[in-house]
Ligand binder design. Structure first.
Ligand code: PEP
Ligand code: MG
Length: 570
C-alpha cells in the first residue's frame, strides 16, 4: 500500500487500530420484552469488559502516573456501584430500552447532577461520567476503546486520522510508528510523528485492509506500507533502519557546531515545541531558540480553558528550560483542525477559512488577556517574544498590539514584573499578509512564515486532503514567489524573518529558504540535526543562485528536480 511519507524512517511492528472516535448513534427504539434478558447480558458483558480494561489501566499507571491511576480507580468504583448498575437494569426491564439507550439515559442524569453542583470539583466529575459512558458504549458496540498507555511495545498505531487531543497520552516507548487513512503532509499526525521522532505515513486509502495484530512495515520516506512482509522484506527494513541510525550518528556529531554555510553565512536553527517537557531535548538536538511554541496544545483535551496561572507555570518552565535562549510564544491557534468543545464554537462548513486563532482571541477578551498576561509575566524570566497567528489584515494587528500594550501597562500598575519590551511578531500564513509584507514589516519586530497554511491558502488546497498532495507543494512557483517577497520585505526593513512551517524541515525546502536569505529555520526537534548538517555542507552563494533560477521555473516538478540535483551532488 502507499500513502504519503511524512516522518522519516522505517518501522517494523504490529498494527493496532485506534478507535476512539467511532461512537455509533444510540438506538432508542424500545425492544421486544423477549429481548430483555439479552440486553441485560449485553450490558453486563460491556460492564465487565470495561472493568477489566480499567483495572489494567490502573495497574499500568500506578507507578508512573499515580494521579491518573486514582481517576481510573474511581471509574471502576462507579461501574461497580449498585446505584449505577441497578437503574440501568431497571430501565431495560421496565421501559424496554436497549442497553445503549439505558446506559445513556442514566449517565446523562448523573452528568447533569454533577454539573448542577455548586462545587468546581464535583462539576469536573461530569467528565468522568462521559468517559465511563463512552467506554461502556464502545464495548457494547464491540469496538472497545484503545487505551494508549496499554499498547504493546513495538506498536504501529493506525487511525482514520489522529487529532492532537487524542494523542496527548501517546507513549513512545510503545508506539514506534503511525499510519493514517486520511491526512496530508502537514496534518497534526505528521507534526506529532516528527516531534516524537517516529516514522509516519498518512493518506493511505487502503489502510482499512490491515487488521489488528498484523505485522507491518511502514516507510516514512517513501510512504510505502507492507503488510505481513516476507523475511526478505523484513531484512531489508532492518537494513534501512541500520542505515538511518548511521546517518543519525553522523548528524549528531555536528549538532553543537555553528549553523553556518561553507562560506560562513549564518542563520538560526530553532525548534517547534508544543510541550514544556521537550526543552532539554531541543537543546541537545542543536536548537538555538524556540521559533514556535504552539500554545493551543494547552487548551486541548480538557473541559475549560487553562487559567492565567496554569499557563504562566507552563510558559515559565519552557523559558527556564531554554536557559537564556529566546522563546517565541504563538498565541493560541484554536480552530481549523484543532477544536475545543468548551468554547462553544459552531460547526463550520470551512473550518480552515473560519473562526479561528486570532479571530477568536479578538472576540474573546478574557481568554486572550489571560494568555497575554501569562506570556508577559513569563518575560521576567528570560527572553520571550509574542507571535500572532492567522493575521490577515493590519486592522487585526492593530487590535492585537493594542491589547498587548494595554495589558503590559496593567501589569506594571499591579506591580507584577515583566520585560520592558517584548518583541511582537506575526505569522505570515495568509496570502493577504504575504502580499502586504512591506507594510506589516514596518509595524512588527519579526516575521515567521507559516508555510503549512500559506501553501494551502495560496493554492486553495486543503493541507489535510491526501488527494491534493501533488498540488499542495512548497516548491510551487506561486508559493516560492510569495515567500521570497516576504523575506525581501523583512530584509529591507531590517527585521528577522523565519519559517516555522514544515518546509523548513525538508532538505529541499530548507535549501531554497537558505538561498532566499531566511534568518531562522524552526522545525520539529527530530529534523534539526539533518538540516544543520545540510546547511554546513552548502555554499550560500550557490544556494542563492539556485533560488534565482528556481524562481523563473514554470512548474513545481522543474523546481524539485533542479534542487534535488544539487542535493544529490552534495
Ligand atoms: C503553519 O501554518 O505553517 C504553522 C507553523 O502553524 P500550524 O501548523 O500550527 O498551523
Ligand atoms: Mg498555521
Amino acid at each position: 500500500m502507499t500513502g504519503v511519507g511524512v516522518s522519516k524512517g522505517v518501522a517494523l511492528g504490529q498494527a493496532q487500530w485506534m478507535r476512539l472516535t467511532v461512537l455509533l448513534p444510540i438506538d432508542n427504539t424500545p425492544i421486544n420484552p423477549s429481548e430483555i434478558s439479552t440486553e441485560k447480558s449485553k450490558f453486563e458483558d460491556a460492564r465487565q469488559a470495561a472493568l477489566k480494561q480499567i483495572r489494567a489501566l490502573v495497574t499500568s499507571l500506578r507507578m508512573k502516573l499515580p494521579k491518573e491511576a486514582e481517576i481510573f480507580q474511581a471509574h471502576a468504583l462507579i461501574l461497580e456501584d449498585e446505584e449505577f448498575v441497578t437503574p440501568v437494569i431497571q430501565l431495560i426491564e421496565q421501559q424496554c430500552l436497549p442497553a445503549g439507550a439505558a446506559i445513556y439515559s442514566i449517565t446523562q442524569t448523573l452528568k447533569d447532577t454533577f454539573l448542577a453542583m455548586d462545587n468546581e470539583y464535583f462539576q469536573a466529575r461530569a467528565q468522568d461520567i462521559v468517559d465511563i459512558e463512552r467506554r461502556l458504549i464502545l464495548n457494547l458496540q464491540g469496538t472497545p476503546p484503545v487505551d494508549l498507555q496499554l499498547l504493546e511495545p513495538g506498536t504501529i498505531l493506525l487511525a482514520e486520522e489522529l487529532t492532537p487531543s487524542e494523542t496527548a497520552g501517546l507513549n513512545t516507548e510503545k508506539v514506534i510508528g503511525l499510519a493514517t487513512r486520511l491526512g496530508g503532509k502537514t496534518s497534526h499526525t505528521a507534526i506529532l510523528a516528527k516531534a516524537l521522532g517516529i516514522p509516519a505515513v498518512v493518506g493511505c486509502s487502503e489502510l482499512e485492509q490491515i487488521q489488528d495484530g498484523d505485522q507491518i512495515i511502514i516507510n516514512g520516506d517513501t510512504g510505502e506500507i507492507l503488510v505481513n512482509p516476507s523475511s526478505v522484506e523484513r531484512q531489508s527494513a532492518l537494513n534501512a533502519q541500520k542505515l538511518q541510525q548511521e546517518r543519525e550518528i553522523r548528524f549528531a556529531a555536528e549538532v553543537k557546531l555553528p549553523t553556518e554555510t561553507l562560506d560562513r553565512h549564518q542563520l538560526t536553527l530553532a525548534a517547534n515545541l508544543s510541550h514544556p517537557g521537550m526543552t532539554a531535548e531541543a537543546i541537545k538536538a542543536g536548537a538555538e531558540e524556540v521559533g514556535l511554541f504552539r500554545t493551543e496544545f494547552l487548551y486541548l483535551g480538557r473541559d475549560s480553558a487553562p487559567s492565567e496561572e496554569e499557563q504562566f507555570q507552563v510558559y515559565k518552565t519552557v523559558v527556564e528550560g531554554m536557559a537564556g535562549r529566546p522563546v517565541i510564544f504563538r498565541t493560541m491557534d484554536i480552530g481549523g483542525d484543532k477544536q475545543v468543545p468548551y468554547l462553544g464554537l459552531a460547526e463550520e462548513d470551512n473550518p480552515f477559512l473560519g473562526y479561528r486563532a486570532l479571530r477568536i482571541c479578538l472576540q474573546e477578551p478574557e481568554l486572550f488577556s489571560a494568555q497575554i498576561r501569562a506570556i508577559l509575566r513569563t518575560s521576567a524570566f528570560g527572553p520571550v517574544k509574542i507571535m500572532f497567528p492567522m493575521v490577515a489584515t493590519l486592522d487585526e494587528l492593530d487590535k492585537a498590539t493594542a491589547i498587548v500594550k494595554c495589558i503590559g501597562k496593567e501589569l506594571a500598575c499591579e506591580g507584577i514584573p515583566s520585560a520592558s519590551a517584548v518583541p511582537l511578531g506575526i505569522m505570515i500564513e495568509i496570502p493577504s499578509a504575504a502580499l502586504r509584507a512591506a507594510e506589516f514589516a514596518a509595524e512588527v519586530d519579526f516575521f515567521s512564515i507559516g508555510t503549512n497554511d500559506l501553501i494551502q491558502y495560496t493554492l486553495a488546497a486543503d493541507r489535510l486532503n491526501p488527494k491534493l498532495s501533488s498540488l499542495y507543494q512548497a516548491c510551487d512557483p506561486a508559493v516560492l514567489r510569495l515567500i521570497a517577497g516576504v523575506i525581501e520585505a523583512g530584509r529591507k526593513r531590517g527585521i528577522p524573518v523565519g519559517v516555522c512551517g514544515e518546509m523548513a524541515s525538508q532538505p529541499l525546502g530548507a535549501l531554497l529558504l537558505l538561498g532566499m536569505g531566511i534568518n531562522e529555520l524552526s522545525m520539529s526537534i527530530g529534523s534539526l540535526p539533518e538540516i544543520k548538517s545540510l546547511i554546513r555542507r552548502t555554499v550560500y552563494s550557490e544556494a542563492a543562485r539556485l533560488v534565482q533560477s528556481a524562481l523563473r521555473m514554470r512548474t513545481t516538478q522543474e523546481v524539485q528536480m533542479h534542487i534535488q540535483e544539487y542535493l544529490n551532488g552534495h
